[in-house]
Design a protein around this ligand. Structure first.
Ligand code: NAD
Ligand code: MG
Length: 387
């Protein structure tokens, strides 16, 4: 039976992996909406290839180009923040939420509020608005399928078990490209070095987050919202091979792990087919060739991001939204060559120290906090020396 699918963030890395799976299983899926921020030509090409009903650009100034590229194709074109939410609110069997950053919150919320099944890759939405999103999920009877590889691994390790019997969730982290550097060496790493992840090919923002370990900190918060076992029972361990994608320890000390190639098509496929399993075009894991799987404790002296994230979620309220917004600004500034690598987490910490707000109760309030925190982070950037 054909299932309908909307893909928010179709032109990104998760978008490409999702569409590759659809390409290999073309008869099983009817694509409804594909969205992007701009990239009108690329989006139009994908919309035509996948015979989408509608293509939407979040940035309205890109709509004329999208319209032109889609002229005569039969694919509807739309643009702007509201159009993104309208597309996300259309009823489909599966929504893949793969916009990067807090920009994905409103469209993800729209999909949640209509009670859809959502493969959630957009971790920033959950970090900034976790409690609000979860309440909306419960209210609307929506289903969130964790797509982030670690959370998907945990989800798989929990299957058939009672979460009340979990003793510990063990989140694995590759450690990023700078795991073995000294503090001094970290000061002078370049944008190009930071953009080269040892194991995963991903969008620029999450690749930088992986290098600072902010990605693991955000994932710690994400895990807390998805799997309520208590903050003290979520641990991070560095596993440089990225083969074990995370683990769950039960009270009998049995530890279940999920292994697989470092390719997002595996967790995405697990969400798309859930609760069934689909074929993927991936080569099987060759454990003999990999040889050894190693584990080490994270170094929070050199990579303070996981500590900053833990403190932010312990503080609760607006802190996780402030943290996420400040990180988005700091990563942008690093990618633009405005600040050095180690300033990224410093800007986040500075912003958290300077700005606090009352706990948000709605996603609109989260977005207001997000906006203000971005401004504070920009101020922190300006007041800081270029390192
Ligand atoms: P990406 O930068 O490659 O793609 C992001 C997508 O979002 C693009 O389609 C882009 O057009 C769209 N977008 C960006 N800004 C937007 C805006 N303001 N409004 C509307 N659309 C916008 O990012 P990615 O690596 O695919 O990551 C997407 C999400 O999935 C992130 O939250 C990331 O943390 C998460 N994730 C990614 C991976 C991965 O392997 N890439 C793994 C786990 C989780
Ligand atoms: Mg991950």
């Amino acid at each position: 039976m054909t299932r309908s699918l909307s893909l928010l963030g179709a032109t990104g890395s998760i978008g490409a992996s999702t569409l590759d799976l659809i390409r290999h299983n073309r008869d099983d899926w009817q694509v409804e909406a594909l969205t992007a921020n701009c990239s009108a030509a690329e989006l139009a090409q994908l919309a035509v290839e996948f015979d989408a009903k509608i293509a939407v650009v979040g940035d309205e100034t890109c709509l004329p180009e999208l319209r032109e590229a889609l002229a005569g194709s039969g694919v509807e074109a739309a643009g702007g923040a509201q159009a993104l939410c309208d597309a996300a609110a259309q009823s489909v069997d599966m929504t893949v939420a793969a916009i990067v950053g807090c920009a994905g919150l409103a469209p993800t919320m729209a999909a949640v509020e209509r009670g859809g099944t959502i493969a959630l890759a957009n971790k920033e939405a959950l970090v900034s608005a976790g409690d609000i999103l979860k309440k909306a999920v419960d209210r609307a009877g929506a289903i969130l399928l964790p797509t982030d590889s670690e959370h998907n691994a945990i989800f798989q390790c929990l299957a058939g078990n009672d979460i009340g019997r979990v003793r510990r969730i063990i989140l694995t982290a590759s450690g990023g490209p700078f795991r073995t550097l000294t503090g001094e060496q970290l000061q002078s790493v370049t944008r190009e070095q930071a953009l080269k992840h040892p194991n995963w090919e991903m969008g620029a923002k999450i690749t930088i987050d992986s290098a600072t370990m902010m990605n693991k900190g955000l994932e710690f918060i994400e895990a807390h919202h998805l799997f309520p076992v208590g903050l003290d029972n979520i641990e991070i361990i560095v596993h440089p091979q990225s083969i074990v994608h995370s683990m769950v320890e039960y009270r009998d000390r049995s530890v279940l792990a999920q292994l697989g190639p470092s390719d997002m098509r595996v967790p995405i496929a697990s969400c798309l087919a859930y609760p069934d399993r689909m074929k993927t075009p991936l080569t099987p894991l060759d454990l003999a060739a990999i040889g050894s799987l190693t584990f080490e404790a994270p170094n929070e002296e050199l990579f303070p991001a996981t500590r900053i994230c833990r403190e932010a979620i312990e503080a609760g309220g607006a802190a996780p939204a402030v943290l996420n917004a400040a990180n988005e600004i700091a990563v942008e500034a690093f990618l633009a060559g405005q600040i050095g690598f180690t300033r990224i987490t410093a800007v986040v910490e500075e912003t958290l120290a300077r700005y606090s707000a009352a706990a948000p109760g709605t996603s609109e309030e989260v977005l207001a906090i997000d906006g203000e925190a971005r401004q504070r982070a920009r101020d922190a950037l300006e007041s800081s020396t270029l390192v």
